[in-house]
Design a protein around this ligand. Structure first.
Ligand SMILES: Nc1ncnc2c1ncn2[C@@H]1O[C@H](COP(=O)(O)OP(=O)(O)O)[C@@H](O)[C@H]1O
Ligand SMILES: [Mg+2]
Length: 238
């Protein structure tokens, strides 16, 4: 069972009378990473939560490969500030593997493999809440991989990381993409978008202003706001 493509038709999301996302049409297909870009407050996190199925549109519809049932089949999300259980690194991961339905007898091996993959092999016994920001994001990434996702949704996972931790996470993201996992990621880091994205969806004030290949967007943005974003101007939501 696949979650892709995810199709949004006329999706709007409002909190009370405040519109957050307005009339979005978007299809997320397998392939190179898709980045949701745009200034702070443009609606990136809200869009990712809708696509994950954590919140429902106020109007319009989301379809995950032919179903409107939001229960995830092959998708996972990593939040900007992941919450860790008050347990060891390994126990956090075992919990995720258990939730994903992996047979008990296979959990220890898979846990060790995933920790080695993300570079946390030496920290298996450390309390997860003592990890640095970069280590936390690696563990959150491993927890997401525990679900064997086909679609991996990442909400600015490197926003509060230093360059070396950012590089480590970007390498993991690139590796996952290379193995065929569809990456859908929010970022407002232009360099990161250039390094990782195959195509971009540019949000501004809750609307999709542009949807293009990364190259086309950077070389020839079609809107004034897109041009300003590409130049690195500070664009606000006002
Ligand atoms: N539950 C909510 N209640 C009120 N306002 C919200 C809620 N969720 C998001 N918003 C507002 O919607 C806008 C978009 O938020 P968000 O999706 O977090 O943007 P981004 O991730 O691009 O920074 C912001 O102005 C934010 O304050
Ligand atoms: Mg956000």
């Amino acid at each position: 069972m696949s979650d892709l493509p995810v199709t949004l038709s006329h999706v709007s999301y409002a909190v009370g009378a405040t519109p957050i996302l307005r009339d979005l049409d978007l299809t997320v297909r397998s392939g190179a990473p898709t980045f949701i870009i745009g200034p702070n407050g443009s609606g990136k996190s809200t869009l990712l939560r809708l696509i994950m199925g954590l919140i429902a549109p106020t109007s319009g519809a989301i379809d995950w490969n032919g179903t409107r049932d939001p229960a995830p089949r092959r998708r996972a999300i990593v939040f900007q500030q992941p919450v860790m259980l008050r347990r060891s690194v390994a126990a956090n991961l075992i919990f995720a593997l258990d939730q994903a339905g992996l047979e008990k007898s296979l959990q220890d091996k898979r846990c060790a493999d995933l920790l080695a993959l993300v570079g946390l092999g030496d920290l298996a016994d450390r309390p997860a809440r003592r990890l640095s920001g970069g280590e936390r994001q690696k563990l959150a990434f491993a927890r997401a991989l525990a679900r064997s996702p086909e679609l991996l949704i990442l909400d600015e996972p490197t926003a509060s990381l230093d360059p070396s931790a950012t590089l480590a996470l970007e390498q993991l993201i690139g590796k996952a993409a290379g193995e065929g996992i569809k990456i859908l990621m929010a970022s407002h880091d232009l360099g990161q978008v250039r390094r990782l994205a195959g195509d971009v969806v540019f949000l501004h004030r809750g609307r999709i202003l542009e949807s293009a290949s990364t190259q086309a967007f950077f070389e020839q943005p079609r809107t004034a706001q897109g041009s300003a974003f590409v130049r690195g101007d500070l664009i606000t939501e006002d």
